[in-house]
Design a protein around this ligand. Structure first.
Ligand code: ZN
Length: 129
């Protein structure tokens, strides 16, 4: 299953009530167990929205899964959007196994979470939280 195509199919921006836009970015992730979850971005006045990755992760958590094999977010032009710092941190806090999560950061460029966030604050003096 091509999660990039799935994410792209979700990226259809809709403006609602003139100050809420949702769906400008779509995200899809595949868990270690092989399940796929999706989400869309929500942008609102006063920064109350969230990234598409957050939506996909919420869907995953609803199904009691935490370990992400790969994740990608795509905008409405079909281009990959790299995860923001908040999303990187969220992925890392879900499971230490997610240090190996494959993240497409630009069209065709894939990095692991630990490449993007090399020093995890939860790992100190050999201890993992
Ligand atoms: Zn984000």
């Amino acid at each position: 299953m091509d999660i990039k195509k799935i994410a792209a199919s979700l990226a259809n921006p809709v403006v609602h009530n003139s100050y809420i836009e949702y769906g400008a970015v779509g995200a899809a992730l595949e868990t270690i167990d092989g399940n796929i979850y999706t989400g869309i971005s929500i942008d609102t006045a006063c920064s109350l929205g969230h990234c598409a990755e957050h939506g996909a992760i919420a869907e995953m958590l609803k199904n009691k899964e935490f370990r992400i094999k790969t994740i990608v977010a795509v905008d409405c032009k079909g281009d990959v959007v790299p995860p923001c710092g908040r999303c990187r941190e969220l992925i890392g806090q879900l499971s230490s196994d997610n240090r190996k999560t494959l993240i497409e950061v630009a069209n065709g460029e894939v990095r692991t979470l630990e490449e993007l966030v090399p020093y995890d604050w939860k790992i100190s003096n050999g201890r993992t939280w």
